[in-house]
Design a protein around this ligand. Structure first.
Ligand code: GLA
Length: 756
């Protein structure tokens, strides 16, 4: 089956004509587009009238002609036969890219305001083209062109269908991009709108995807939370009306993730249907499912239309961010693994995409702001003895920052703390055999900073309105190139001053009083999106100019754990909550969409600084192992017994890290419903090796062990357990399970399985 098939069809129907009072034959010429991935089919049709209708999305279905799913002969209202009730046609037909104002009262994906102030818009099919691979998405701005984060594919890894739609009244053209991956059940979508008319228009909403599904018997899964509680799974049956998650905070946020899934009511990790949607974007978004009057579902995702408007001058284009859609007919687990494979192979870039990341030690929870050169070197010395490979100097090394109330924007070294300068510190750390990494918060400005005193207008603000502080800081106006250039040259100077091999890029507050002192009034509502484009511009420059740099994104913990950020950094700090037990839910929820290879996870000290809980050192290691792994503690002060465990812990991490980075993840327990226990495993792609981890939250009367069914093994092969030495078939391990006997609160076990 070709990845993209195009068929010109001539269809004959008979239909009751209400006006004439009789059955009448009619014909419809259409172009049917069928996109096929290994396990899914996506079909759409351009009708003779120019309407672009959705035909099918779901389990792979090889058939000559799926256009019967348009129900053109059944539906009493088609534009051809019954123009008397066009509104009903608009409000009930499945569309590919629904527009506002012409009778489709479900959520629309596209809405403009023309030069006369009116908003209705029509889009009609004009032409299409198909390309091998996947085009790059970019946004041209006045002073630069920003490459948008998006998945990428070589010529033989995907095909892209581009359908051009035209808007006759305004002269707008919308190009709808559909990429089908040849090896993964992934369809991506994006939209580029170009003003080919003579008058400017304002785009008021431009979502990235919209799918009309014939049924509403689904559960809606989203990932929600708060600071230190990111991406908890919520699942509820769809009901009539709109249910959504969104962000209007200027970042993807702790509160909601730009992810949703529609899954059949019976779906679990192994069975059932799952449609996953993820927006490759780090700013305001909306992800919504709407159950309509006829119990169908419209799922939409894109930039949040709230306070969004983009003035499109004649000749200019606007690019909507990419939406990724994953289909699985083998449960939620398969959906997750498809996302993981896609992001590890087709989103994350750079040399660390496939490389082991250095085991790091970060001084944040060790010292907070209270450190100097000697303290950091003492940590590095002890770390080197234990096999740790990189020291990361976190917040507090610049300006005169001794607490979180100053100096953001003044990216020069505080030599009172770092005596001898940064070069000296880094040299000493390097001499100990450790790499060196550093923390920045490049999008921020403290009121108490030289930068703010020189450029108070560089902060996001509305003239005449008090500016809200959060963590005693403001957000820089990244829509302004001179602001980005200034910060970039400061970062570059630091990078050039010493051998820095890693950056933690933090973002610790959300946007308020959304105004730019530079943008003209008619472009103020572009600020939210221009800010995100500015962040992308700077991160692009950083990793292009420093190809060997390891970048880790972060936002007050995990408020920007989104695919937009993964395009720039192979890893993201998952949460400020480093407690191993809290991390079970955080990492489990994050894994629904994002690979473990991207999750920043550290062993920290006890009692944990966020929740005050004490857990065994081994359990902290076993949980952090499902991530990029590192330490976030004062290694010179932790109990000797814990310190003594570090070398073996690192050895264990290194042994299993290739499986975690490259293997398939299977979630074996549901910590969200059984609050007492979690288990997971990673299996190599060739199914010859697996690592299993189980964590018990609270001990229970030890009357018998738990039986856990493994997953992802080859049923016909035999595997040895590193715990018992016993050999069993994959079938037995998966169908009957293994006995896991854990005793005590917060206990855990790691077991390796090797095919014999
Ligand atoms: C955020 C990060 C932390 C740490 C602090 C420093 O909260 O998530 O890891 O870097 O900022 O201020």
């Amino acid at each position: 089956m070709e990845t993209i098939r195009v068929q010109k069809l001539h269809k004959e129907y008979v239909k009751w004509n209400w006006q004439a009072g009789r059955n009448e034959p009619f014909t419809e010429d259409m172009t049917l587009f069928t996109l096929t991935t290994p396990g899914s089919t996506y079909a759409l049709a351009a009708l003779e009238s120019g309407y672009l209708c959705h035909v099918y999305y779901g389990k792979r279905t090889d058939d000559e002609d799926l256009s019967y799913l348009l129900h053109l002969g059944e539906n009493p209202y088609t534009p051809k036969v019954n123009s008397r009730d066009m509104g009903t046609f608009m409000d009930t037909t499945s569309f590919e890219y629904p527009v506002y104002g012409t009778g489709d009262y479900r959520e629309s994906a596209f809405m403009i305001r023309d030069s006369k102030g009116t908003a209705a818009v029509t889009l009609r099919y004009k032409s299409h083209r198909i390309t091998d691979g996947k085009p790059v998405l970019s946004q041209e701005l006045e002073d630069c062109t920003v490459r948008l984060p998006a998945t990428f594919a070589d010529k033989d890894e995907a095909k892209t269908l581009i359908i051009t739609m035209e808007e006759p009244r305004t002269g707008l053209e919308a190009e709808l991009y559909y990429t089908a991956f040849t090896g993964l059940d992934v369809i991506t979508r994006s939209v580029v709108v170009t003003n080919k008319g003579t008058e400017p228009v304002d785009i008021e909403r431009i979502l990235s995807t919209s799918i009309d599904i014939e049924c509403s018997e689904y559960d809606f899964i989203t990932l929600n939370g708060s600071w230190a509680r990111e991406r908890f799974i919520e699942r509820a049956p769809l009901h009539h009306g709109k249910q959504l998650v969104d962000s209007a905070r200027g970042e993807s946020s702790h509160q909601s993730n730009p992810f949703m899934a529609l899954v059949s009511h019976n779906a679990d990790e192994r069975i059932g249907e799952a449609f996953g949607f993820n927006l490759v974007y780090s700013g305001n978004f909306i992800a919504q499912a709407e159950v309509t009057q006829h119990k169908r579902t419209r799922a939409v995702m894109g930039i949040n239309p709230l306070d969004f408007r983009w003035k499109l001058e004649s000749g200019k284009s606007f690019t909507a961010p990419e939406a990724v859609m994953v289909y699985s007919s083998e449960g939620i687990g398969k959906m997750s693994r498809t996302f993981h494979d896609l992001y590890r192979q087709h989103l994350i870039r750079g040399e660390y995409r496939d490389k082991a990341r250095p085991v790091l030690i970060n001084n944040w929870e060790a010292t907070y702001f209270d450190f100097d050169t000697d303290k950091l070197i003492s940590i590095a010395k002890e770390a080197a003895k234990s096999g740790i490979e990189m020291l990361v100097m976190d917040d507090g090394w610049f300006g005169h920052r001794n607490t979180d109330n100053s100096s953001l924007g003044d990216w020069y070294v505080n030599e009172n703390k770092l005596k001898g300068g940064l070069g000296h510190l880094v040299d000493e750390v390097n001499k100990l055999g450790l790499k060196f990494g550093i923390w920045f918060e490049p999008e921020m400005i403290s009121p108490d900073s030289d930068l703010y005193r020189a450029h108070p207008d560089w902060a996001i603000q509305i003239e005449g309105q008090p500016m809200s502080q959060s963590r005693e800081q403001y957000v820089l106006d990244y829509s302004r190139k001179e602001v980005r250039d200034n910060i970039y040259s400061q970062i570059t100077a630091i990078l050039e001053s010493a051998n820095i091999e890693y950056i933690k890029w933090d973002m610790n507050r959300q946007i308020t009083e959304p105004g730019s002192l530079k943008l003209p009034p008619e472009r103020q509502q572009e600020l939210w999106h221009r800010f995100v484009l500015g962040v992308y511009d700077l991160q692009n420059r950083l990793i292009t100019d420093h190809p060997h740099l390891l970048l880790e994104n972060c936002s007050g913990g995990g408020a920007r754990f989104d695919p937009g950020m993964l395009f720039f950094s192979p890893q993201i700090w998952t949460s400020d909550d480093t407690d191993a037990i809290e991390r079970l839910k955080i990492q489990h929820g994050t894994s629904v969409c994002y690979p473990a290879s991207a999750m920043g996870a550290h062993v920290s000290d006890c009692p944990n600084h966020v929740v005050g809980r004490s857990t065994p050192f081994a359990t902290r290691g076993n949980v952090a192992m499902v991530g990029t792994f590192g330490y976030e503690l004062d290694i010179t002060r932790i109990p000797e017994a814990d310190r003594a465990e570090i070398p073996a812990q690192i050895e264990q991490f290194k042994k299993y890290n290739p499986l975690v980075r490259k293997g398939d993840q299977y979630r074996l327990a549901d910590i969200f419903s059984d609050n007492t226990f979690d288990a997971w495993m990673f299996v190599s792609k060739d199914k010859s090796q697996a690592v299993f981890t189980a964590v018990q939250v609270l001990g229970r009367p030890n009357y018998h062990s738990r039986l856990i069914k493994l997953d992802g093994l080859d049923p016909g092969r035999k595997y040895t357990s590193s715990l018992t030495g016993e050999i069993h078939t994959g079938a037995a391990l998966m169908n009957c399970g293994i006995a896991v006997d854990l005793s005590g609160d917060f206990s855990s076990v790691v077991i390796e399985f090797n095919a014999v």
